[in-house]
Ligand binder design. Structure first.
Ligand SMILES: Cc1cc2nc3c(=O)[nH]c(=O)nc-3n(C[C@H](O)[C@H](O)[C@H](O)COP(=O)(O)OP(=O)(O)OC[C@H]3O[C@@H](n4cnc5c(N)ncnc54)[C@H](O)[C@@H]3O)c2cc1C
Length: 502
């Protein structure tokens, strides 16, 4: 491998990662030129990048991606005095968090991550620190949950035992979850064996039968974005272990952030808005060497640094050239999710009866209505109906083009037949076709927790990983992204002997 970085000395070490325009492909000569340019740039007064120059910086870090993981990591590193640069491919921050304000005049809706779990301690402490208000969501009323299978909506008398069987079955994993270390699950007893077991095998063992199996499949696929045969049982147990059963399903949607989750991204990004956060700057190459790291952007810029933190979702890694390459087994599985959001006027359900919800095997796997923020413009009564397709259903919608919206609209009406109201507006958020996500949320495949997990935890030399795909306790969630982002920042600080945030 040819080194892309210049020799580090006392002077370059004190520099922030500095972008310098060079012509691709990168050669050692170009890299040397880059470093020389960096020194020259640092010597020019009035250049914006001087703002980040700190002679006492403990290190230079490039963070790839400005979703929750990247922003949490960069925020923490910056507060500890690191010279940090965040490179984000999109022209906005937040990644798979996308808060849309003024949806039908009915307030903010979430096109991506929505709910904050009961056990999401990092989210909650950051909300407190930044003065963000978390609103408790109404629980689902299990008696009102609709089930629609093979094109037929079951009457309540048929649906209720199915919903109860699904809830009961989840209870059967609780004893097993107690022996799992959700933060280092590969160290748990029988970890390899449990990891190789799929959730589908457990469904069979849990003695769920007939329509309950189908309902369970629909629910697990709709929430996680992959069918149960592609879900590691160990990954599922980790999620159960962090908060007990309550946190696994109902607890996963305990809170929402008033005004939108995107506010947390804004707060985390605030101190980086001095040039250290660069939007519309996709990374196309990351190279490691004995003396440091080099990152190249699609615009031809080269940044020399000490460490790189990669938070881009794994399906997008094929657009990045790694040297040395990543081992072939390091392909964390990500689920496919497509979300449908609708504003409806004058819904017919009473607030006090709980949120209506439905699950099924059609175009949408799950749907529910948000009951706690119903006021539209002029005091009109609005409700937000949310549907989600996961796995094959999401892939189908992603291929459906203009047909996706009417299909979702019809599927939502099928799953929530009582909650029709008058449609004000609706929208599909297709994360499968989004070029900078190509996925919904992380869920480890059978065998991945014990193989990919330790690799991601250790990183590859000075290339580190953070994101929802690095967490099993909070896999596929905002909490997983935030906690792993902070964890990497603290790990670097501990390595470099930087003990306290400045
Ligand atoms: C429909 C849907 C519903 C969800 N519901 C919930 C929920 O209710 N609760 C919950 O907690 N979580 C939920 N999630 C999951 C949650 O959104 C994610 O787990 C979390 O936002 C991931 O954050 P991240 O920082 O790890 O990754 P991301 O948010 O994906 O951030 C990664 C960033 O990297 C950028 N990037 C990609 N490639 C490059 C490149 N080459 N160069 C530079 N930048 C690059 C991307 O643009 C992106 O901004 C949901 C997700 C979806 C899609």
């Amino acid at each position: 491998m040819c080194g892309l970085f210049a020799r580090r000395n006392a002077m370059t070490h004190s520099l922030p990662p500095v972008p310098v325009r060079v012509s691709p492909p990168i050669t050692r000569r170009a890299a040397l030129g880059a470093a020389a340019g960096a020194l020259a740039a640092a010597a020019l007064p009035g250049r914006r990048l001087l703002a980040a120059l700190r002679p006492d910086a403990p290190g230079r870090v490039v963070v790839v991606g400005a979703g929750f993981a990247g922003l949490a990591c960069a925020h923490e590193l910056a507060s500890r005095g690191y010279a940090v640069t965040v490179l984000e491919a999109r022209d906005r921050i937040g990644g798979r968090v996308l808060s849309v304000p003024g949806f039908a005049g009915a307030g903010v809706v979430e096109g991506g991550a929505t709910a904050i779990g009961a056990g999401d301690a990092t989210w909650r402490s950051l909300a407190e620190r930044f003065g963000l208000q978390l609103v408790e969501q109404r629980p689902f009323n299990l008696e009102l949950v609709r089930v629609r299978l093979a094109g037929r909506t079951l009457p309540p008398a048929e649906a209720r035992p199915i919903v109860e069987a699904v809830s009961r079955s989840i209870g059967t994993v609780a004893p097993l979850a107690r022996i799992i270390d959700p933060f280092r699950p590969w160290l748990s007893p029988s970890a390899t064996k449990i990891d190789r077991t799929s959730v589908q095998q457990w469904i069979g063992d849990a003695l769920i039968e007939g329509p309950s199996t189908d309902a369970m499949r629909a629910m697990l696929t709709g929430i996680f974005g992959v069918p149960p045969e592609r879900q590691s049982l160990l990954a599922l147990l980790c999620r159960v272990a962090v908060g007990g059963l309550e946190s696994f399903l109902e607890g996963r949607r305990r809170w929402r952030c008033a005004g939108g989750n995107g506010q947390l991204a804004e707060r985390l990004a605030e101190p980086l808005r001095d040039g250290r956060l660069r939007l519309a700057t996709p990374v196309e190459a990351i190279e490691s060497g004995a003396e440091g790291m080099v990152v190249r952007t699609t615009g031809g810029e080269v940044l020399a640094c000490d460490d790189v933190v990669l938070t881009a979702p794994p399906p997008t890694w094929e657009r990045i050239q790694f040297a040395p390459g990543l081992p072939p087994f390091v392909r964390p599985q990500m689920g496919a999710l497509v979300r449908y959001v609708a504003a409806r006027r004058d819904p017919s359900w009473p607030v006090e009866s709980g949120s209506p919800a439905g699950l099924g095997d059609g175009h949408l796997s799950v749907a529910f209505a948000r009951m706690d923020d119903r006021t539209g413009p002029g005091g009109a009564s609005h409700a937000i109906v949310v549907g989600q397709a996961g796995g094959a259903a999401a892939d189908e919608l992603a291929k459906a083009g203009d047909e996706a919206l009417p299909r979702c609209r019809a599927a939502a009406a099928d799953l929530l037949p009582d909650s029709v109201g008058e449609l004000v507006t609706d929208r599909v958020f297709d994360w499968v076709n989004d070029p900078w996500s190509r996925c919904g949320a992380a869920f480890a495949a059978p065998g991945q927790v014990t193989t990919v997990g330790p690799f991601l935890r250790n990183g590859q030399g000075r290339l580190h990983f953070a994101g929802d795909f690095c967490s099993y306790a909070f896999g596929g969630t905002m909490e997983g992204a935030l906690s792993t982002g902070l964890e990497i920042a603290r790990k670097l600080a501990a390595r470099d002997g930087v003990t306290d945030a400045k």
